[in-house]
Design a protein. Structure first.
Length: 319
């Protein structure tokens, strides 16, 4: 893991290069050119400060992320992708949360560390990379020394990901779609795979091997997540082929069965993933021979601890 002093240096350099982009924002693939210094705007409806829903110890992430003590997870409000079926729609679409200063965000990070978190886990960080970096500049200077996790939807700017090299220890991106038709229909982003595959490939170059500490939690590396959609297993199989051909074999892959119809999910995906669909995908994933494969167990369907309610002080019901 890179030292806090070195990270602090890299954070300063990244801010120098990325901050000018805020006035005509090109910090994500949407390239909406919104002046975020003048208030909330763009697809993400975010200004120059971060908005946070919850900062908590999360026990439902992949075992290499949650460990025994929990992942120090900060759930940000807003999103640059806005999938119609989003399980966290209260945050991505409804903007449930409150604006925080850079100092308040840094204090959240330090507080989670004091609670024993294995890492600091930034959920939906793509649109607020600048406030995250500004807060890290404070937190690192005040002793933050645990791994940093970039938990994104995968729709990241490759230029931004390059600036994160040496700062982010563990990348945890989604890789949602291979098909432009699917990504257009469900996320209004026909270029999703083109942009996300480029960003995830860069993450793999930076972190080509998953490195686990003595307790089995990740100190650095890449874990790619893929949520199987009902009726779209062929797209999943194509995506898995791409992963096997283009990414390091020493990464992790989390193949998720937990899809549950939420929010504006269209009629064709108003059901759970079937056991047969999941088994086909799991067989293909196992054949890739990746360093670590995380599978979700049957039975399939809604699992209340995986579908959060962010209007509550405790959004998850841990089992």
């Amino acid at each position: 893991m890179v030292s806090s002093a070195r990270k602090l240096e890299l954070v300063g350099k990244a801010l120098d290069r990325l901050s000018p982009l805020e006035t005509a924002c090109t910090l994500c693939p949407r390239d909406c050119r919104t002046d975020r210094t003048k208030g909330s705007g763009g697809i993400c409806h975010t200004g120059s400060l971060a908005a946070v829903s919850h900062a908590l110890l999360h026990f439902g992430e992949e075992p290499v992320i949650s460990g025994a003590a929990g992942s120090g997870t900060i759930f940000f409000t807003g999103c640059n992708l806005k999938c119609l079926f989003c399980q966290n729609y209260q945050l991505s679409w409804q903007l449930e949360g409150h604006t925080v200063t850079d100092r308040e965000l840094a204090t959240m990070m330090l507080g989670l560390r004091e609670k024993g978190a294995h890492n600091i886990n930034f959920v939906s960080p793509s649109h607020i990379v600048l406030p995250i970096l500004r807060a890290l500049r404070i937190a690192l200077a005040e002793g933050l020394d645990i791994p940093l996790v970039w938990n994104s939807n995968g729709y990241d700017s490759v230029e931004v990901v390059r600036e994160l090299e040496g700062i982010i220890d563990v990348y945890l991106p989604d890789l949602k779609y291979r098909s432009p038709e699917l990504s257009k229909r469900h996320s209004a982003a026909p270029d999703y795979f083109d942009k996300a595959s480029e960003a995830v490939r860069e993450m793999s170059l930076q972190q080509p091997a998953l490195d686990l500490g003595p307790g089995g939690t990740a100190r650095k590396g890449l874990v790619v997540r893929h949520l199987i959609l009902p009726g779209a297993v062929e797209d999943t199989l194509e995506l898995l082929d791409w992963i096997g051909e283009n990414l390091s074999p020493f990464i992790g892959l989390s193949l998720m069965s937990q899809y549950h119809p939420c929010f504006k999910a269209p009629a064709e995906i108003q059901r759970s993933v079937s056991p047969e669909e999941y088994r086909r995908a799991a067989g293909k994933a196992a054949a890739l021979g990746l360093d670590r494969l995380v599978l979700q167990p049957e039975p399939f369907g809604a699992d209340e601890h995986l579908v959060p309610d962010f209007k509550k002080d405790s959004p998850f019901r841990w089992k």
